[in-house]
Design a protein. Structure first.
Length: 320
């Protein structure tokens, strides 16, 4: 799930328990900054936090200002230049600039937008929540979009598949592992966040929904199973298809698939040998190279995580 979920859950739980909190969200950046727009930190009355804005002096300063604004019951748009004042002690002199919207939740608050966003994200549906602040006599609204974890299908529950799944679930992928061996695709071997499918590998791949945002990693136990797995997905939409093995093995598989009618245009989409070229040898190293390539493909397009500001009305018209 989105890395904002723990922050949203804490916001709702603390506010329901009538414990005052302040939501601090990066809404705009310029130049080099430790976090991008959408990064969020929740500050409680005792100074404890959930989430991060990137650490360092600027996060400490945001926490200090958030506590002040919490006691005042006021919101604000904070503007920081990451120079010697905010980074010298920690070596984080990024030279960029970031704006942080600080929104307190004190007393009775309408949490419906945040509850709905949390529920939608848990269902892997598009979701967003508002940030409303007072700034320069105006009421501004930002909309924070929660990133939906992309689906990663791993064909093969062996050692490499297991290691890739272990890394990918912590990197906000929705991981599905497919194998025809129940003792391999076992809950004893995988994180409970991983969905396990036991059945014929190519048939199970065909039954899984795939779209332009899906990823497929093929790491089965043999040449024949790999070939069948590629044939099951290569004609379908996917952001990434990766096949483990040597160049010679891939050439043999591709020759067979051409005989089955797969085009060169379809085959060129397959990343093989799989993973980034980091001279990986061990299973954990191979898993790192594969997941690194997944991240590289995923982050070629940066999602719009914050929209706004939208001026709603002047603060003089807003009853607080």
């Amino acid at each position: 799930m989105s890395d904002l979920l723990p922050t949203l859950e804490s916001l709702i739980n603390d506010t329901d328990a009538r414990r005052p909190v302040t939501l601090c969200t990066i809404v705009e950046t310029r130049g080099s900054t430790p976090q991008c727009p959408g990064a969020t930190m929740l500050v409680r009355a005792d100074g404890s936090t959930t989430g991060t804005l990137g650490g360092g002096c600027v996060e400490a300063e945001v926490r200090r200002r958030a506590l002040e604004l919490m006691h005042q019951g006021s919101s604000a748009l904070l503007d920081y230049v990451l120079d010697h004042d905010f980074g010298w002690d920690d070596g984080l002199i990024c030279g960029g600039r970031m704006k942080v919207a600080v929104m307190p939740f004190v007393g009775d608050c309408d949490l419906d937008p945040w509850r709905i966003a949390l529920e939608k994200t848990r269902r892997r549906e598009p979701a967003s929540f508002p940030i409303d602040i007072d700034h320069d006599g105006k009421r501004l609204r930002y909309l924070v979009n929660l990133e939906i974890p992309p689906t990663l299908l791993i064909a093969g529950a062996g050692h490499v598949g297991q290691a890739v799944a272990r890394l990918a679930v912590d990197l906000d992928f929705h991981v599905v592992v497919i194998d025809d061996r129940a003792d391999y695709a076992s809950s004893l071997r995988f994180d409970p966040r991983v969905k396990l499918v036991i059945g014929d590998i190519p048939q199970s791949l065909r039954e899984q929904p795939l779209d332009a945002g899906s990823y497929v990693v093929i790491v089965t136990r043999g040449h024949q199973h790999d070939e069948q797995a590629v044939e099951a997905v290569v004609r379908r939409a996917a952001a990434y298809i990766g096949l483990i093995g040597s160049r010679r093995k891939s050439r043999l598989i591709f020759d067979d698939l051409r005989a089955l009618g797969v085009t060169d245009e379809q085959l060129v989409r397959v990343h093989t040998p799989i993973g980034l070229d980091i001279r990986a040898i061990t299973v954990p190293e191979i898993a790192v190279s594969i997941v690194g390539q997944l991240i590289e493909i995923r982050r070629r397009a940066t999602p719009l995580l914050v929209e706004g500001p939208i001026e709603s009305h002047s603060t003089s018209d807003q009853s607080r």
